[in-house]
Design a protein around this ligand. Structure first.
Ligand code: P6P
Length: 346
């Protein structure tokens, strides 16, 4: 269990995300101030989105935007607002040559002869929860482009998550958390709305030794493979071999929230391949801007992530909006998922 580093305690240091990024930069001489500024830009966008979400019920930003996105999902006004905010912040950053967003059909290439980074993001994860005041999130990842002066293209982001320079998420809940990693562990900040700063509250987060929860939409259980059904029975203590962890179930329906709870309290999230209307089984969640960034964080925190066969960070995406199955969180529980899926259920 990671004891929160309480920001501002008497004698406690007050570390802003900017100061922390600079300190991390110190141990990464190759990380320039431009890279640190890029992570600060995500913090800025997160503050703006958090501000809008706090007022969503009182402004005309709830409900549907009246169009269907590339995912085939009806866009919510808050999806559009969050996406526009992030795109605008990074279009002006002077450091980003390519943007890939869940809400954009294709990558957005940004002109300029020295734009070393590509960013991927899900601007508002969990938007099926926007009308019911349930916590939401933003998920992001950063790649270094092979050629900072070349025109931006899909090649800048159709890469394995193992290539990520940084990843993180912003969780819009009772408080607003920013959690990120640049490959030196996972660190959490909490937004102090009075001073508008993200302050360090969870340094070097690690998955707890003993997991507590599993997170799955069991409404889809009948469409899971027999092997996945057996794995979840095992998680619940209904299969005796190997010794079952007998976990409790927690499922919010916002990936970032379920991931964060399992990171802090210990557990595993799964969204297995499901077959709908007789179609071949496939995952729901998106590899590029949901699963790869969270898998980067999971491994940095001592956990793991896979699609049941391949480690999520080793998947080489061929499509921008590629969907994959996911088992992510406690390393032992993810390894058991792979083992159950490798052994045909009798
Ligand atoms: P289901 C939200 O729409 C989302 O993309 C993730 O945040 C979440 O984990 C998943 O879909 C929930 O899907 O099918 O359980 O509603």
């Amino acid at each position: 269990m990671t004891n929160p580093t309480r920001a501002g305690d008497a004698g406690g240091q007050i570390v802003t995300v900017e100061r922390h990024i600079r300190e991390c930069q110190g141990s990464h001489p190759e990380a320039t101030g431009r890279f640190s500024q890029l992570l600060y830009d995500f913090a800025l966008a997160g503050k703006l989105i958090a501000h809008a979400l706090r007022r969503a019920g009182m402004m005309d930003v709830l409900g549907h935007a009246g169009n269907v996105n590339v995912q085939g999902e009806e866009q919510k006004k808050l999806d559009v607002y969050s996406n526009d905010t992030l795109v605008e912040v990074f279009r002006r950053s002077g450091r980003v040559g390519v943007i890939a967003s869940e809400e954009e059909d294709d990558v957005l290439a940004i002109d300029g002869d020295d734009r070393p980074y590509a960013v991927v993001f899900d601007p508002l994860d969990g938007s099926s929860n926007t009308e019911v005041n349930v916590s939401l999130g933003t998920i992001f990842g950063v790649y270094r482009r092979a050629d900072a002066s070349a025109p931006g293209s899909r090649d800048d982001v159709l890469r394995p998550g193992r290539d990520l320079l940084a990843a993180g998420y912003i969780l819009y809940g009772p408080c607003t958390n920013l959690v990120y990693s640049v490959g030196d562990g996972v660190h959490g900040f909490t937004l102090d709305p009075d001073c508008g700063e993200f302050l360090l509250t969870h340094e070097s987060i690690r998955f707890p030794e003993k997991p507590k929860y599993f997170s799955a939409n069991q409404g889809g259980e009948t469409t899971w493979s027999p092997e996945v059904q057996r794995y979840v029975r095992w998680l619940r203590g209904m299969e005796s071999e190997p010794a079952s962890p007998k976990l409790s179930s927690r499922y919010v329906g916002t990936l970032v929230v379920d991931f964060h709870r399992n990171l802090i309290d210990g557990g595993v999230f799964l969204y297995p391949a499901v077959s709908k209307k007789g179609a071949p089984p496939k995952g729901k969640l998106r590899q590029l801007y949901e699963l790869a960034p969270l898998a980067f964080l999971a491994e940095q925190a001592g956990g793991a992530a896979s699609n049941g066969v391949t480690p999520t960070l080793d998947i080489e995406p061929t499509e921008l909006h590629q969907r994959e199955a996911i088992f992510i969180g406690d390393r032992g529980l993810v390894e058991q998922a792979d083992a159950f899926l490798a052994q045909p259920a009798s």
